[in-house]
Design a protein around this ligand. Sequence first.
Ligand SMILES: Cc1cc2nc3c(=O)[nH]c(=O)nc-3n(C[C@H](O)[C@H](O)[C@H](O)COP(=O)(O)OP(=O)(O)OC[C@H]3O[C@@H](n4cnc5c(N)ncnc54)[C@H](O)[C@@H]3O)c2cc1C
Length: 497
Amino acid sequence: MEKIYDVAIIGSGYGGMLPAFKLAHAGFNVLLIERGRIWNKEEYQHSLTLEYLNQIYDIATSKTLGELYRGSKIFGGGSTTNDKIHQRTPSESFDYEEEELHGRRAWPKLINRQVMDPFYEELERLLSIRQISWNEVSMIGGNFARMFNDAGMSAEPCNFNIGPNCIHCGYCEAGCGREGTAKITLTSALLRPALRTGNLEIITEMSAKTIKPLKGGEYRVELVSSDKENFNSSADKLIFANKVIVGAGPIGSVPLLLRSKRYLKNLSPALGKYVSNNGDINFVLKTPDHYPDHYGFKSATSCGVITYGYWDKYKKTIHPGMIPIQVAAGVNIKRKGELPWGLGHKHFLKDNVTHRLIPANGMGLVPADMSIGLDFNGKASVSNPVSKGQRQHIFEMEKILTETMNEVGGELLYTGDRFPFDLGGNHILGGARMSDDPEYGVTDPTGEVYGYKNLYVSDCSSIPAGLAINPAHTVGANALRVAKNIIESEGGRYEKN
Ligand SMILES: Cc1cc2nc3c(=O)[nH]c(=O)nc-3n(C[C@H](O)[C@H](O)[C@H](O)COP(=O)(O)OP(=O)(O)OC[C@H]3O[C@@H](n4cnc5c(N)ncnc54)[C@H](O)[C@@H]3O)c2cc1C
């Protein structure tokens, strides 16, 4: 007889590990399935070479090959490889109204910032998230804050899941060699206590291929060995569970549900639709000549500050320095009207790159009008039409950044070809979103899939619309909310940590 788990959870990032931790503590018999393996901290490298990054990131390209979309592919998901910014989403983002919904709110009507606050609080405790002090902000972050201050706007240190042993190397995106005492990840903080309950088992290096509902009401999950890197091969292992939680992340969950459509025939037509890149754009700012030099990105993280200076009027946030400027320099920086090569460009970079330029990332409320389909290996293929709504955001960003830089004597540098800016692919949201209406969302507001009792989606793909801010904290808080609903629907008590 095959074992039937109470709950099988797919993915060990924010959407998977947090429910696994809570459900194991609440007495459910849980199996956590993760495509990647658990890395030893000694294995992480101070490296951003493609060869190294390919070991820790899964990458999907857009159909136009214009953008790259990244998700983590090791145990702990994005918490092991992201930049650690954990900001609560401003309340207005939950009220974002969508044209497709005839001007109605994209989020279910009962979910708002007040509902999310207790879960944000809990995640802050679980991951030791705190606002860093100005002393911990990098010089590059200090110069960024000063520019916005000079333009009459505020900037503040971000909130990070950071412990006392950070050596300020800034390679947060490459995984942390001091994981657990510098970067507090889901693996370092939650895995051991969850295993100690005796209720959690884990399977690593296997990927969920499909989910099938069985006649008795339980589900069968087909797994394939992750090293096959495609989903056309036959299953290597079968798992049975009464409940399944899909938490396979930005480019994992939607393909998994699409591959399962032959078994889950009643999935909402919204599957694969309503995807947002969170309005991500990447650009570079040059500091005014009278500012002091900054050096690289050394700090408790690679950036350290965020400005809400454009929030009230434009609903946009900006933070500096996701990647070392040396890497950004190799990409595509150019001055307005100039080319990213040639002698003039070379001298400009030589004179400015390490101590006067600031790579930065902006986000804003854009329509969730991208989509995710399957490629020939059964993996994610992302389509971004860069619609009118997205263009409006991109050019509005260009306008307000240009005005701000002109005011303070700085300079906005461009990174894009088709558009002024490179469009980021790190904060992808939606595709299996929750909604009050099964026509426009895959799950109900509790995260349960419409038409399929006991099947849930708990990760970034369930987030209904862009947030205009770094999403991990909201994805995690929502995953805790989904776990609470599951525990309480079975008559259990949700104990806050
Ligand atoms: C470089 C980078 C930097 C970022 N920095 C920040 C930041 O500073 N702040 C912020 O708020 N956000 C940041 N993000 C985004 C943030 O990390 C994600 O929004 C968040 O991790 C999403 O959580 P998730 O649980 O949905 O997915 P993930 O955390 O990615 O977890 C999904 C997990 O599922 C696994 N998986 C996928 N498919 C399968 C399958 N078929 N079977 C089994 N397992 C599977 C994956 O290996 C992964 O471990 C960053 C993202 C990137 C790429």
